[in-house]
Write a protein that binds this ligand. Structure first.
Ligand code: ATP
Ligand code: MG
Length: 458
């Protein structure tokens, strides 16, 4: 059984009564739509819907989002399920983003209806997934509303021993409150009841939204050992949403980082890519470096950083330029460009003075490809980009201008030039329009000493 921290603001055990406190009840400014400044957690609606059979009652907060912030198709899905006699809520990232004033990327629904029931209610739907079946309800323009049946948390102590076991056990249908407890962070464990305009909070998520903190549902070390990828998710949410990480969670990241070696490699690749795409990659990799996570994921980069002179901020300036461009374009850069930018400086160092730069780049990248399951397509392109960069930087673009690789190569050269201010941006590239030079860039933060892990648990 996953143990849960009874601490204030943390998660509560399923059998522990939830007593909403006024301090939890302040609505974040962005989410406010009426004139009142504060509000108390609401008393339960006329018909008590929770707390039957000893199930825990959630704290309930009345929150009405502005017109247009909730996807009308997601609302349609919830309403049809509710009319069909099922419980259905908006859940996860969408509720979190609405509450902190961001536009959700997508809207997920959780429901008491089983996949076949959902499928019956929506002709425009399909069941996906083998282990855990969920339903994609399809709308125009390729929009998908992911609709999942409530699941319960894994119950076995051994769940943390093996990824496989965890996934199998993560697969059992449950109730709404169990579905809240199985989620990773309190800010991701809030449910929104569209019928009553209520946020249902079993996990202390509202308090953490309010204090802008990333905190696990339950004991951080347990939750990270159950699924080490959550470490990277904590870093992503902290960086992207500009939240703090609670000291307990921070220490658990330091302690459990070694468990990342046991995580499924394709998931690691995906999560690192998400950090790069986040528009906050500098903060994310800084956090990863500071916590020692980078030593596990990319020791090539962390040793390069450790050996740099105190005033050399090139890696951080490059990531800052990646973030600036991502935010400006409102879409992530190409995956190959992102990986090249991340590894550029240590790779250039590895290739410097080598006769066969392609070979040197290959030798550098191979262990990374292996560790993080980097697709061959990306690794090959990164290797060639780094090998060819000096020619392009010297203006000898020649025949490369016509190759498929050239747009990525040009982006990398321009981004690096803009970040480090080493040369004028190239004439033809779209990035030159951005007009950023190192002079415009905010001064990079001074290097800080990395925090020593108290215990290396794994
Ligand atoms: P994003 O905006 O980056 O998509 P998200 O919170 O929606 O953020 P998803 O990866 O789409 O993240 O996951 C949806 C929800 O599923 C999360 O909000 C969380 O509640 C739950 N979840 C995702 N991954 C995990 C995990 N590894 N462990 C437990 N719960 C998870
Ligand atoms: Mg999501």
């Amino acid at each position: 059984m996953v143990s849960r921290s009874p601490a204030k603001g943390g998660a509560r055990a399923p059998d522990e009564p939830v007593s909403p406190e006024p301090s939890h009840a302040r609505r974040p400014r962005e989410a406010r739509t009426d004139d009142s400044d504060d509000f108390e957690p609401d008393s339960a609606p006329a018909t008590p819907r929770f707390g039957r059979d000893g199930a825990p009652e959630p704290a309930q907060y009345s929150v009405e989002f502005e017109e247009g912030r909730i996807d009308p198709d997601a609302a349609k899905v919830v309403k049809r399920l509710t009319r069909g006699g099922y419980e259905a809520y908006l859940v996860g990232g969408a509720v979190r983003d609405l509450l902190i004033g961001r536009s959700p990327k997508d809207f997920d629904v959780a429901t008491s209806a089983r996949p076949d029931d959902v499928r019956r209610l929506f002709r425009n739907s399909r069941i996906i997934g083998r282990r855990f079946r969920l339903v994609h309800v399809l709308f125009g323009g390729g929009k998908v509303i992911e609709t999942a049946t409530f699941r319960r948390p894994p119950e076995h102590e051994d769940a943390r021993e093996s990824e496989d076991l965890l996934i199998r056990n993560d697969n059992v249908f449950g109730d709404a409150h169990q579905d809240a407890y199985r989620r990773d962070f309190t800010i991701n464990g809030l449910f929104y009841d569209l019928e009553h305009n209520l946020v249902l909070d079993w996990v202390g998520g509202m308090a953490d939204i309010e204090r802008r903190a990333v905190h696990t549902i339950g004991v951080p070390v347990v939750r990270f050992q159950e699924d080490p990828v959550r470490i990277l998710r904590a870093i992503k949410f902290a960086a992207q949403l500009d939240l703090g990480i609670t000291p307990e969670v921070y220490d658990a990241i330091v302690q459990c980082r070694g468990a990342l070696r046991k995580a499924a490699r394709p998931r690691l690749f995906e999560e690192v890519l998400r950090l790069l795409r986040s528009g906050a990659s500098r903060r994310a990799f800084w956090l990863a470096w500071e916590t020692g996570v980078l030593d596990v994921l990319l020791p090539e980069l962390s040793t390069y950083l450790a050996d740099l002179p105190e005033d050399d901020n090139s890696v951080w300036r490059i990531l800052q330029e990646v973030d600036r461009t991502t935010l400006e374009r409102k879409s992530p850069l190409d995956d190959t460009v992102l990986w090249a930018m991340l590894l550029l400086e240590p790779m250039r160092e590895a290739c410097a003075g080598e006769k066969d730069r392609v070979e040197a780049a290959y030798a550098f990248l191979e262990p990374i490809v292996d560790r993080l399951n980097v697709p061959r397509r990306i690794a090959d392109a990164v290797r060639r980009i780094v090998a060819l960069m000096p020619r392009v930087e010297a203006g000898r673009t020649g025949r490369f201008a016509k190759t498929n690789l050239y747009p990525a190569l040009r982006d990398v050269v321009e981004l690096r030039a803009a970040a480090l201010g080493e040369r004028e941006p190239m004439e033809s590239g779209e990035l030159s329009a951005a007009g950023t030079s190192a002079a415009d860039a905010k001064p990079a933060r001074k290097r800080r000493r990395r925090r020593k892990p108290r215990v290396d648990g794994v």
